[in-house]
Design a protein around this ligand. Structure first.
Ligand SMILES: NC(=O)c1ccc[n+]([C@@H]2O[C@H](COP(=O)([O-])OP(=O)(O)OC[C@H]3O[C@@H](n4cnc5c(N)ncnc54)[C@H](O)[C@@H]3O)[C@@H](O)[C@H]2O)c1
Ligand SMILES: [Zn+2]
Length: 371
């Protein structure tokens, strides 16, 4: 059933550098109106993964009936879909379904799917329109916003990609009702990051939030999405200020890629970023930026609310190799976005491999003692 009053509700519209984020009551009705205005379903194709097709597509089609006749392209869920072979299959599927330059790909899914779908759309026929309907917390507050698309290559995260803005990002929070708790926590890690790099009040609110209470989370989701949109608007191509959002990601991406290579290990993006933030907060202290007295306060939710991840010290070299592929590096140096205070980041801080090894050891000691 359509919720009462939703037909007339006005969604909130926020500018994010090169596209709008349309959120709140009436977001999906706004998408329906936009698609009808553009000629509707004949030109739209849907991209889902197995889960979002089962649990989110019926609700999307309820609110956006113009998409009911759109062909549905489906991929396997998770990080593994961000792969060149998958792109090839999707480019073929677009061609087989008659997608021309005026086609639009509507992506219904989490960050993996919007990264993949955005890249496929940006490269098919030199670029067709993409519209994102994020269905995970990670997607709503971060991945769908800001026009970064990417796939992984040879075990390195996001190595191949382009900046390409979607036509719009439509945020419908009720999709989160079916999202597993572990993925909610993963998205919360990026919300904590938004607070740490930009907004101390937001940090306090997110760390105290109950991840089971979606009503209480809703305004915090809106705030996090607004922070991401604001930072991206100030620096759409990541030449300066946007790099702050990479806090936790240099080490986090390396751990995420490492876990992908180890079949028995499983680490979600937000979980990897939480560990990355522990290590990089410690580096912030070593670099003389963050006062040491702040460290326990910063680390508390990151260590308490996320599972400990174990890897042998002998594998630190592999992690360093993975970090060398990081796009933030310059002239062979490892560059980090670090914290000067809760709510304030410093970008492009060079760090030696030895300091990074010590940061990894710091995490290992901390979690080994705790568990
Ligand atoms: N482009 C960017 O700026 C950016 C920013 C942050 C993260 N990312 C990328 O995002 C990816 C992680 O995104 P994610 O955490 O959303 O993962 P995901 O897209 O893999 O989704 C997580 C899982 O949840 C399932 N799912 C999605 N919506 C659901 C729902 N409503 N109910 C039940 N199940 C649902 C999916 O099928 C999948 O199994 C990583 O690849 C990361 O690199 C990109
Ligand atoms: Zn991230």
């Amino acid at each position: 059933m359509v919720e009462p009053g939703v037909e007339n509700a006005l969604p909130q519209r926020t500018w994010a550098g090169g596209h709008e984020v349309i959120s709140g009551m009436g977001a999906l009705q706004a998408l329906q109106q936009e698609l009808v205005g553009q000629g509707g379903s004949p030109r739209s194709l849907l991209l889902c993964d197995t889960h979002t097709r089962a649990v989110c597509l019926p609700e999307l089609l309820l609110h956006v009936p113009v998409l009911r006749t759109a062909p549905v392209l489906e991929v396997e869920p998770g990080e593994a879909c961000k792969d060149l072979l998958m792109c090839k299959q999707l480019w073929h599927a677009l061609a087989e379904n008659g997608a021309d330059r005026h086609a639009r790909l509507v992506v219904l899914g989490g960050g993996a799917l919007t990264d993949l779908g955005g890249f496929v759309a940006a490269t098919y026929m030199r670029g067709i329109a993409a519209t994102y309907v994020p269905t995970t917390l990670m997607g709503m507050v971060d991945a769908a916003i800001g026009g970064k698309t990417a796939i992984d290559l040879g075990g390195t995260k996001n190595l191949i990609g382009v900046f390409s803005d979607p036509r719009g990002v439509y945020v419908h929070i009720p999709f989160l009702r079916t999202l597993p708790q572990r993925h909610v926590r993963s998205g919360l890690a990026e919300m904590l990051k938004h607070g740490l790099v930009c907004d101390a009040t937001h940090w306090e609110e997110v760390r105290r939030a109950d991840p089971n209470d979606m009503d209480a989370l809703a305004p915090l989701i809106a705030r996090s999405a607004a922070i991401k949109a604001q930072v991206v608007t100030g620096d759409p191509r990541e030449n300066s200020g946007r790099k702050a959002l990479n806090f936790g990601h240099t080490i986090g991406h390396a751990l995420e890629a490492y876990a992908l290579q180890e079949p028995e290990q499983s680490l979600l993006h937000g979980e990897a970023v939480a560990i990355g933030m522990v290590c990089e907060a410690w580096l912030s202290v070593q670099a003389g930026l963050l006062p040491a007295a702040m460290l326990p306060w910063v680390l508390e939710p990151l260590l308490e609310d996320y599972p400990a991840f174990h890897w042998p010290a002998a594998h630190d070299d592999r992690l360093l190799m993975l970090m060398r592929n990081d796009k933030k590096n310059k002239d062979g140096d490892l560059r980090f976005a670090l914290l000067r205070a809760v709510g304030e980041a410093v970008v492009d801080v060079p760090m030696t491999p030895q300091a990074v090894r010590s940061a990894l050891a710091y995490y290992r000691t901390h979690t080994t003692n705790a568990s």
